[in-house]
Structure formats: structure tokens, C-alpha cells
Design a protein around this ligand. Sequence first.
Ligand SMILES: Cc1cc2nc3c(=O)[nH]c(=O)nc-3n(C[C@H](O)[C@H](O)[C@H](O)COP(=O)(O)O)c2cc1C
Length: 370
Amino acid sequence: MADSASDVSVLFSPTRLGDIALANRVVMAPLTRDRAIEGRVPTPLAIDYYAQRASAGLIIAEATQITPLGQGYLDTPGIYSEAQVAGWKAVTDAVHAAGGKIVLQLWHVGRISHVSLLPEGEVPVAPSARRAKAQTFTAEGMVDVSEPRALELDEIPALIADYRTAARNAIAAGFDGVEVHAANGYLIDQFLRDGSNHRTDAYGGSIEHRTRLLDEVVNAVAEEIGAGRTGVRLSPVTPANDAHDSAPQPLFERAVARLEAIGGLAFIHVIEGATGGPRDNIAFDYAALKAKFSGPWIVNNGYDKAMAVAALTAGKADAVAFGRPFIANPDLVARLRQDAPLASFNQATLYGGGAEGYTDYPALTAEAVN
Ligand SMILES: Cc1cc2nc3c(=O)[nH]c(=O)nc-3n(C[C@H](O)[C@H](O)[C@H](O)COP(=O)(O)O)c2cc1C
């Protein structure tokens, strides 16, 4: 029988997610910080910010748009230009030098955008021309998102090609892989759900049709960089960004079954419940979802050390992603290991700005540990 010490050690034991070897099971969840500089290049401060957090088993870097049309918030970084690739390369080099692993979250916001953030004359694109009941962060502060237009059927191959190119760019930038962002009410999630997808073509209507874009995007990315470097994030019951569906359980079970059929994906990463909110907002059988996939499974949302150890010990997950705790605790892994107190972050410096509230949260000092 395992004693409690060995139960806890599961959180700090190595594992593999596809081709990516992790030193421990503590994953840093993707966190948008809105600090990109001119040209939507990651801020040079991100070099330190991510290197400070390199003791995570894996860092999932912040959501990063695959195309200018995929941007939905002020000053988020991209992965479609040479300058962006060079900016990210400095980040991945620093994380690797510090012994960490890092993948990039590939993002297209779809209808969660505002015309002021998009190239001149463009409006947000979506499965259907239905505006979300949601707001976004612009130069003018929080504003309602703009009315989108429906993507034409013949635009979808170019969209998939954008994901493919972004994945190739991520590898050129030194990332260990990518996470396709199919969660939180953004473009792929908008296609998945019947609350936002009212199409009548091959990408709308039945569950089979609504899971097609996810399948095609992940297939393309996996073909480009290898399935073992390709992960996917899902959020079956989050209401984030006006996401909703009449029947999430069969929808997401089919989505995961299609991902399983691709074969050898690095991981699926599931947000349980409402992102950053209640874990039980809508009843959902996560065990049934996990049963559809034979690869590594990451869980997220509201986890603390005890919950993480319990999930790993029960075989409900292979790794646990922590989001908010990483903001003010760059050395979260050490703090969890030592049962040290966790610092709380300053809400005012979350989005935008410079080093304050970004790279100036201290690691534990030797004194504090004693
Ligand atoms: C400041 C902030 C930024 C976030 N940015 C992203 C993001 O870029 N991509 C994403 O998938 N989720 C994002 N999230 C959601 C987190 O990854 C995570 O799912 C959420 O915080 C719940 O996990 P936690 O309870 O460990 O914080 C963000 C959350 C916060 C608080």
C-alpha cells in the first residue's frame, strides 16, 4: 500500500506527453498577458517571465494568434511573421536553458474580436454571422465584441493552412510542440457548438459536421509537426465567451474519438467546468470523455495540490495544469513540493503593462522556506 508521501510524489514524477518528456506533472496553463510589442511580437520581458517558470514540467505558452484575423484582444502575440518567430525563439531558448519544456497555444478567436483589433476593413469571422454576448479588451478598454461574418466554405482550406503554417513556425521558433486552442468559445469551439454554429454545410448541423473543423485542423497540424508534438485544449461545458451547446456530452465524446483516430497525439487538455469558475456548473462525465482517448490527459481548473495528487493517483489524469497560481508563483513546483504558502496576484497588472505584476513576483527565499 502506498503511503501518503509516495502519493504526493506522483505530482513530481516524470512523464511523457507524446514526444515531450516532462520532469514533473505540474503544467503551466496558457495565460494571456497582453504585453506584445510592435508587430505583435512577444515582449522581451517574456524571456524572463517564462524562464522564471521553467521548473514546470511543461509550460503551455499564452494563446498566440495564427493570423492577423485571429486576434481578439489588445497586444496579444502572433506566430505568423519572421519577427514573431525570432521573438519566440529567444523565449524558448531561455526556457530550454533553464531545463524546461514549452509548447505554444495556437489561437484563432473567431467572433470574439473587435474591428479595432483587425486589419483595416476586416470584421471578425465565425461559423455563422451571430454576434457573441461577450466583451473583449481593446485600446478603449472592455467593449462588446463586433458582429462577425460567416466564413465561406471555400475559405476553410486557407484557415486550416494557417494553422499548419503556424505550427511549422512554432517549431522553427524552438517550441517543443503546440496546443491547438479548441476551448473557451474561440473559433474551433464556435464550430463545435450548436449555440454558435448554425451552418447548413459540411461544417455545421450534426455533431459529425461540427467536429469536422477540429479534426481537420488537428490532422493538418499533426501531419506538419508530428502527432507526438500536437496537443489539443477542450472545455466541454465552459460558458466562457458565450459558449453553449444543447448536448455537450455526445459532442465532446465524438470530438475526442476523432482526435483518438488521428493517432499518437501528445495530449488532450480538458478544462473541467467553467473556466476560472465553478467546476460543477453543468453535469458532465469526464471519465467517459477520457475513456475515448488512449493518450496522455491533462486536467485543469481550480486545482490545488491535494486535488492534483488525488486526480493523478486515481488515474483521472497524467498531468495537472495550473493557471492563476503560476502568475504570482514563478516557482510553483517548489512551493507545492514544500507545502509553502502561495502568493496571490495583482488583478490590476494582469493584462498589459510591463514588468510590474509580470516578472517581479519573487521566488521563495531560503529564509521563507525555513
Ligand atoms: C490572466 C488569464 C489569462 C488566461 N489566458 C488563457 C489563454 O491564453 N488560453 C487559454 O486557453 N486559457 C487562458 N486562461 C484560462 C487558464 O488557462 C485556466 O484555464 C484558468 O485560469 C483555470 O485554471 P486555474 O484555476 O488553475 O487558474 C487564462 C486565465 C487567466 C486568469
